[in-house]
Design a protein around this ligand. Sequence first.
Ligand SMILES: [Zn+2]
Length: 294
Amino acid sequence: MSESPPPPVIVNDPVEIAPGIHVISDGRVPLVPNVGIVEGDHSVLVVDTGMSPASGAKVLGHAQEIAGDRPLVLTITHFHPEHGFGAQVFKGVAPIVYNAAQREELRQKGAGFIELFKSFGETVAKEIEDVVLTDPDIVYDGASAEIDLGGRTARLLTWGVAHTRSDQIVFLPEERVVFGGDLFETRMFPIVPWFPPDETDVDGSKWIEVLGAILEFDPAVVVPGHGEVTDAGLIRDVRDYLAWMREQTGRQKAGGADADAAAAAIEPLALERWSTWENPEWIGFAVRSFHARA
Ligand SMILES: [Zn+2]
């Protein structure tokens, strides 16, 4: 017997994880992200919105309560629905900042992802039905942008394709806090959205490099896209998993195994090695993505 998961809506209150840095935790509810609210002296940055206008409104309410008279700015870690499809309630209230590649990806794939998520069942379909895909107000080209919040600068950084076409992290250099989107999740198998032929903008090898680049910043507090706030050990764990997966898949492919055979061989090994992680369905997707690129 399986219980149906709680509805994919943001319900938790913000928790201050460092002075002026708040997280609305996902409570480990599927299709709910961790959301960040970062205070500066004159502006307040919101990181991700949840999947729906209802979740976006909840986030906006918390952010406005924390910000008081200070204006808000919104940024999104990547275009996946549960991270940014609540953005419409911020339009006209707070400028939305995004990198150019993710805007393109949102424009190309947003409508398809709404349809895909509607197929996840009635609760999700109902939650996502009122979404209006919302373009950012400010777009940056290239690898990084900085937002001066007043006494605190938020660095927005991307290295190109990894979990999506151009995942963006938010890094706060003084406290060494990183918001990583779905580049890492606590206590679950990394989400490798490899759905050819429609969705192939995921690259495990580049992802490994991106995680290495983030570790160079020596983050002290790590806010994953999903799961508990933790430390840099998580980033190393995910990097180790992806590197192990690449090696295992390469070996299987070199021995003549097709993707299905490779997945069947590797899955039990991964389950044994990462026995405390949830969402084992992502193991097979990881194998297939590495197999296609090996
Ligand atoms: Zn994602």
